[in-house]
Design a protein around this ligand. Structure first.
Ligand code: NOJ
Ligand code: CA
Length: 566
């Protein structure tokens, strides 16, 4: 072989065998990077697949399902925390950032998962829980050991207002005061979430250095990015001022409702995100934000100036549209689409009830699952799926307080039952425990699993699973769906949400009937500069002709029709 060719061949081999993605910086014609054209899929590791049959999902379980994910059309997975943890908050309380929890396997299993994913061109993102650690983390143990410990200032310690009184009125998101007294050193430490989740003090430069090193270490191992947990509460007011109390109402935990102006969204967090992004850029990695925002201005801030912060801040306001309301969705899509950043759509996750429950009417739930899939997977932007949505899993909420695993549900029962319902085991087949495990899983399998599971749905061409698969395939190949502009259509229609995705004179048309009544839709294309009168059907959730007249598209109750102008 010619010297240069040999060199190239060696480089290529190295690139293929190394789990690191840093070499690939390719953009498409529109300047879009890999993550803009990708479909992401969130995996809750405890509930995905159990290979050693202890009732708990594990990393080899994820590895064993990579072929399935590849078949489905997933480009990247985000694995919720799999680090060592006492599991007070099921992994969102990390005791060691440099290892894998024995429940889930070993670092070797992680390396195998990374290597196997790379072979299938699937990127792996981990969860970056950097706002707080577990109280079992050795950093906190040191910090707690004495006021003089060099790591004392790594966490937020304060004197009380008076005997038995916390430093201020801030409440925890999971109930009660956000301060916990430590009798050994006679000070209080701050925890926005559970008491065993002490917040790190990000004003201390050593914290920043150490936490940034965590990301470098994982990037070098082959991780392609992180989902950034709870960034909005990374900083608190440097003067520790009380939050204003809204009125005398109480929340689900019986605490006063506060306006969280001093314990949330402090401007300093953007500096950290910018610097964290610089590190990510060195590895061509991507950052997804758990970015709860009240309005578009706050969301826009997470993208940063010229896009120098979070690549993909998830728009949770979209998940707050909790009814099938075309008007509300239209408004939300319009806002995000015009925010200047690349939109990121999500419908459910391990904290947000499943689509089947939130939008289902109890009668047309399968149709509605396809309708919602057709929405977030055809918009301009990246979609983040949640495991099990593709087979129409529903929430399986605990019925008795003694069954609750999520501490939020333990504290808040019965008003707040917690999030176990959306975290139940993935349903792989119609066998014992839905093929998740041979023993009783850590959370009960939904009893609809006999019909709603991967194996059964694979065989049914009209299943929710096959609908998702076709949608994903279409998204990957159709230029208008990847790069096309979002154009709202028929904006006064109270029942049907319609839009076009226009790219170089070709348009994909999406017509979503959000009502329980059949509709005939006359798409007003002319007012948007489109002149097609007929369109080819690309995908529908009901039996539709292969060609339609754009002036009279019939859509069944809760039906979705997707077509292309000719
Ligand atoms: C955000 C995570 O998504 C959620 O599951 C967790 O309970 C909170 N962070 C607090 O740790
Ligand atoms: Ca296991």
């Amino acid at each position: 072989m010619h010297g240069r060719a040999l060199g190239f061949a060696i480089l290529l081999l190295l690139a293929l065998s190394s789990p690191v993605w840093a070499q690939e910086k390719a953009v498409d014609n529109e300047g879009h990077q890999w993550w803009q054209n990708a479909v992401f899929y969130e995996i809750y590791p405890r509930s995905f697949a159990d290979t050693n049959n202890d009732g708990i999902g594990d990393l080899p379980g994820i590895t064993s399902k990579l072929d399935y994910l590849h078949w489905l059309g997933v480009d990247a997975i985000w694995i919720a925390p799999m680090f060592p943890s006492p599991h007070v908050d099921w992994g969102y309380d990390i005791s060691d950032y440099y290892n894998v929890d024995p429940d889930y396997g070993t670092l070797k299993d992680m390396d195998e998962l990374l290597a196997q994913s790379k072979q299938r061109n699937i990127r792996v993102l981990l969860d970056y829980v950097a706002t707080y650690t577990s109280d079992q983390n050795k950093w906190f143990q040191e910090s707690k050991s004495s006021r003089a410990n060099p790591k004392r200032d790594w966490y937020i310690w304060r004197d009380g207002k008076g005997p038995g009184q916390p430093p201020n009125n801030w409440t925890s998101d999971f109930g009660g005061s956000a301060w916990k007294y430590d009798p050994a050193t006679s000070q209080w430490y701050y925890h926005y979430f559970y008491p065993p989740q002490p917040n790190l003090n990000w004003r201390n430069p050593e914290v920043e250095k150490n936490m940034f090193d965590v990301t470098r270490w994982w990037y070098k191992r082959g991780v392609a990015g992180f989902r950034l947990d709870a960034v909005d509460v990374m900083f608190v007011d440097s003067q520790f001022r009380d939050n204003p109390v809204v009125d005398d109402k109480k929340n689900a935990f019986g605490d006063p409702v506060e306006r969280e102006i001093n314990d949330k969204n402090q401007p300093e967090l953007h500096g950290v995100l910018q610097r964290l992004r610089k590190v990510a850029d060195e590895y061509n990695a991507v950052l997804i934000g758990e970015t709860w925002t009240n309005d578009i201005a706050q969301l826009r801030a997470y993208y940063g100036q010229g896009g120098n912060e979070v690549n993909m801040p998830m728009d949770f306001m979209f998940t707050m549209v909790n009814k099938l309301s075309p008007a509300d969705f239209r408004k939300q899509i319009q806002w995000v689409d015009s925010s200047g950043g690349w939109p990121v759509y999500v419908l459910s996750n391990h904290d947000i009830r499943r689509v089947y429950d939130r939008y289902g009417d109890g009668q047309h739930n399968d149709q509605i699952a396809k309708l919602m899939a057709s929405l977030y997977l055809t918009l301009r932007g990246t979609a983040v799926m949640y495991y099990g949505e593709e087979i129409g899993m529903e929430n399986n909420d605990p019925k008795r307080p003694e069954d609750v695993k999520d501490s939020m549900g333990k504290v808040g029962w019965p008003t707040e039952k917690g999030r176990d319902g959306e975290r139940t085991p993935m349903q792989w087949n119609d066998g014992t425990n839905a093929g998740f495990s041979t023993v009783a899983p850590w959370l009960p399998v939904d009893d609809r699993y006999k019909s709603y599971n991967v194996e059964t749905e694979k065989k049914d061409p009209n299943s929710i699973l096959n609908y998702y698969r076709q949608l994903l395939a279409m998204r990957h190949t159709n230029k208008a769906l990847l790069d096309g502009k979002y154009i709202a259509l028929n904006e006064d229609d109270p029942n049907v949400l319609s839009y076009a995705r226009m790219y170089k004179g070709k348009s994909v048309l999406v017509v979503l009937n959000m009502s329980g009544v059949a509709q005939k839709v006359n798409l007003d294309l002319a007012s948007k500069g489109m002149h097609a009168t007929t369109a080819k059907t690309l995908l529908t959730s009901f039996a539709a002709p292969s060609q339609v007249n754009t002036g009279a598209i019939s859509v069944e109750p809760f039906g979705a029709w997707i077509g292309e102008t000719e």
